[in-house]
Design a protein around this ligand. Structure first.
Ligand SMILES: [Zn+2]
Ligand SMILES: [Zn+2]
Length: 348
């Protein structure tokens, strides 16, 4: 069968391979791949900057944003033809306290593994296997949009933690600022709107699909410098990883704000005074700045609800390109107007 594989740590090693059928040890449920979303993590792995092959192997099957159709459910309770998405992370073997209670997204030992990223094959192959307890059923009516479930889980977790932190004091947030209108930013804005907030999205783009997508949600799009927006957000969902932008969002944030960081890998800008002034602001404005990554089963359940409530034509515009497995290299390269690019393995 076909699979997109890489040698982690080695640049330019990605190729469309002919590999053996998935190992039964990966789980009792056999799934036919429909589509796999591509994100910055995949590009980093293909670029040799991140990722780990399975023990004793040189190559890793790439892909963690899955959507597939059950071919053989085994003893799982799924039916043949069900659409499923695979949970990415597996608990550490010890397990640590967090993994022991099913919150592997908060693994405190660092010994977790991840499909398509860390030590376990991913989902960019014609067929894949999964343990029943790590497969999540998605509504077949969602069609290819089910491939958006995994990125949505990341944002669902971010919003869950914002709400948890908000309970530290009396807090009545109304204004949300999302920085970066990529898939994570747009999905964060979608959830903000679903929760009834006044949502603003900031991105450099002045044309292309991003401004329209934000407007279509009923949110406000901005491309001016953050200090000129006249906003004092109670919640900032930061999706760029760009340090000066994070600094500036902390500057404009309302006292008591919660600033959630989801992006990494922004350019390094030397500014020796930035950390000190940021920390002073944090104290004097009582704000909380926290980071979030990954998701557990609860977030997959909620993410499915978020997608089910979303407008289908809006979701459709999030997927800006679909390519076949043979064109995987095109999927790993970002075009200016790309939001989410997916590799389509089979038609629904
Ligand atoms: Zn991803
Ligand atoms: Zn753990």
């Amino acid at each position: 069968m076909r699979a997109v594989t890489v040698v982690p740590g080695s640049t330019g090693s990605a190729r469309l391979d002919d590999v053996a059928e998935p190992d039964a040890a990966l789980g009792a449920v056999l799934v036919e791949a429909l589509a796999v979303g591509v994100c910055g993590t995949d590009a980093e792995i293909a670029g040799g900057l991140y990722g780990w092959a399975p023990p004793g192997r040189e190559r890793l099957v790439l892909g963690h944003e899955s959507l597939g159709r059950v071919l053989d459910p085994g003893p799982s309770g799924f039916a043949v033809g069900d659409h499923v998405v695979g949970i990415v992370r597996r608990p550490c073997p010890s397990p640590c306290a967090n993994c022991a209670v099913g919150e592997w997204d908060m693994c405190s030992s660092g010994g977790y593994s991840e499909r398509g990223i860390k030590q376990v094959d991913g989902f960019m192959s014609d067929r894949w296997r999964i343990e029943p307890e790590y497969a999540v059923r998605v509504d077949r009516d969602l069609g290819i949009f089910g491939v958006l479930l995994e990125p949505t889980t990341v944002v669902v977790k971010a919003w869950e933690h914002i709400a948890a932190i908000g309970r530290r004091t009396f807090w009545d947030p109304s204004t949300v600022l999302v920085t970066g209108a990529g898939p994570i930013g747009l999905l964060a804005a979608l959830i903000g709107v679903q929760q009834g907030a006044d949502v603003h999205v900031l991105d450099r783009a002045t044309s292309g699909p991003k401004p329209e997508l934000v407007k279509a949600l009923g949110a406000t799009y901005h491309s001016d410098p953050i200090r000129e927006l006249g906003l004092a957000p109670d919640i900032v969902v930061e999706c760029t990883g760009v340090a000066p932008l994070i600094r500036a969002s902390a500057e404009v944030a309302a006292p008591g704000a919660i600033i959630c960081l989801t992006g990494v890998g922004g350019p390094i800008v030397p500014d020796a005074s930035a950390p000190t002034t940021l920390l002073t602001d944090a104290v004097l404005k009582n704000f909380v700045l926290f980071g979030t990554v990954n998701a557990n089963r609860r977030h997959y359940y909620r993410a499915a609800q978020v997608l089910a409530r979303a407008d289908r034509s809006w979701l459709e515009r999030l997927i800006t390109r679909r390519v076949g497995p043979e064109e995987f290299e095109q999927a790993l390269e970002r075009a200016p107007d790309d939001i989410k690019v997916v590799i389509e393995f089979a038609r629904e």
